[in-house]
Design a binder for this molecule. Structure first.
Ligand code: 5GP
Length: 290
C-alpha cells in the first residue's frame, strides 16, 4: 500500500487553508449562479484560470441554477451524455455549448410547460402530485373543491375547501382556468397562479379529472395531457374499494365513472402506466425539462 505523504505542520496548515478557500470560492460561485449574477458561461471562463472552479462537479453547478433540482440536472446531463461525476474541467466544447443553451435564457423569458395529469379516480394521481410537490421541478397547483375534507386533509395544502357559494362566486368572477363536476362535488383550478408560474418559467402540474383536462387543452393548446393508467382494471377496482373513505354509493359511482374515464385515454397526448411511482415522477420531470 502506498504510504501517504508526510506533511509538516506548516504544509498541512497550508493545504487545509487551500481546501477551505476552494470550498468557499465554490460556495460563492454557486450563490451567484443561483441569484442569476453569474451565467454558466462565465463559470466556464473562470474555470480556465482557477483550479477550484475547474474541479467543481458539473452536477453541483447545475443544481445551483435557480429552479433546477437534482432530477432535472441529472436528466439534462444524461441527455447530453455527461457522466454524473464529470467535473467542469472535463466538459467538451459541445457539452459546454449545449449547457449554455439549455440554461442561458433567464427563467423570466422562458415559459414553463403546462402538464396536465389525469386519469381515472383511484389510479394514484394524487400520490404522484404529492411526490412532485416535494421536489423543486414543478409548481403543483392546489385545486379548489366543494367536497368535504377527508381525514388528514388540510385546507390550503391538499385543496382549498370552498362552500358552494364561494365556488359560485369564483366561477362568476372567471377565476378558474377550468372547473368540473366530479362524483357530486365541484373542483376547479385557479387561473392566476398557473399563469404567473408559467410566466416565471416554472413548469406547472395540474392533477385534475378528464373533463377539466379537456378544458385546459381547449384554452391552452400547448399544454401536454398525460393519462395515468392503472396496470390493470382489477388493480383499480381494488384501490377504489380499499379506500374506505367513501360511502358505498360514492364508491359505486366512482367505479362506473372510472370505466368511462378509461375509455378516454386516446384523447390524451400520452399515456403512462402507474406501475412505479418513481418511474412516473421521473417521466413527468423529463417532460418538463425537454
Ligand atoms: P378527490 O376527491 O379524490 O381528491 O378527487 C376527485 C377527482 O377530482 C380526481 O380525479 C381529481 O384528479 C379531480 N380534481 C382534483 N382537482 C381538480 C380540479 O381542479 N379540476 C378538475 N377538473 N378536477 C380536479
Amino acid at each position: 500500500m502506498p504510504t501517504p505523504p508526510i506533511l509538516t505542520p506548516e504544509q498541512r496548515a497550508a493545504a487545509l487553508g487551500k481546501a477551505t478557500a476552494a470550498r468557499q470560492l465554490r460556495a460563492l460561485i454557486k450563490a451567484q449562479v443561483k441569484s442569476g449574477d453569474l451565467t454558466l458561461d462565465a463559470v466556464f471562463l473562470l474555470a480556465q484560470s482557477d483550479q477550484a472552479i475547474a474541479k467543481m462537479r458539473v452536477a453541483e453547478l447545475l443544481e445551483s441554477v435557480s429552479g433546477v433540482g437534482k432530477v432535472r440536472a441529472q436528466s439534462v446531463m444524461e441527455r447530453l451524455n455527461i457522466s454524473p461525476t464529470r467535473r467542469v474541467q472535463g466538459l467538451g466544447s459541445i457539452q459546454r455549448r449545449s449547457l449554455r443553451e439549455e440554461f442561458s435564457q433567464p427563467s423570466s423569458l422562458r415559459q414553463g410547460k403546462l402538464i396536465v395529469l389525469s386519469g381515472p379516480g383511484g389510479v394514484g394521481k394524487s400520490t404522484i402530485a404529492k411526490e412532485l410537490r416535494k421536489r423543486n421541478e414543478f409548481w403543483v397547483s392546489i385545486s379548489a373543491t366543494t367536497r368535504e375534507p377527508r381525514a388528514q386533509e388540510v385546507d390550503g395544502v391538499d385543496y382549498y375547501f370552498y362552500t358552494e357559494e364561494e365556488f359560485d362566486s369564483a366561477v362568476k368572477a372567471d377565476l378558474f382556468l377550468e372547473w368540473a363536476q366530479f362524483a357530486g362535488a365541484r373542483y376547479g383550478t385557479a387561473r392566476q397562479p398557473v399563469e404567473d408560474a408559467l410566466r416565471l418559467g416554472k413548469s406547472v402540474l395540474l392533477e385534475i379529472d378528464i373533463e377539466g383536462a379537456k378544458q385546459v387543452k381547449a384554452h391552452a393548446p400547448q399544454s401536454l395531457l398525460v393519462f395515468l393508467a392503472p396496470p390493470t382494471w382489477e388493480e383499480l377496482v381494488s384501490r377504489l374499494e380499499g379506500r374506505g373513505t367513501d360511502s358505498p354509493e360514492r364508491r359505486t359511482a366512482r367505479l362506473t365513472l372510472a370505466q368511462e374515464e378509461l375509455a378516454q385515454a386516446s384523447f390524451f397526448d400520452q399515456s403512462v402506466i402507474n406501475d412505479d411511482v418513481e418511474r412516473v415522477v421521473a417521466h413527468l420531470i423529463g417532460l418538463a425539462t425537454q
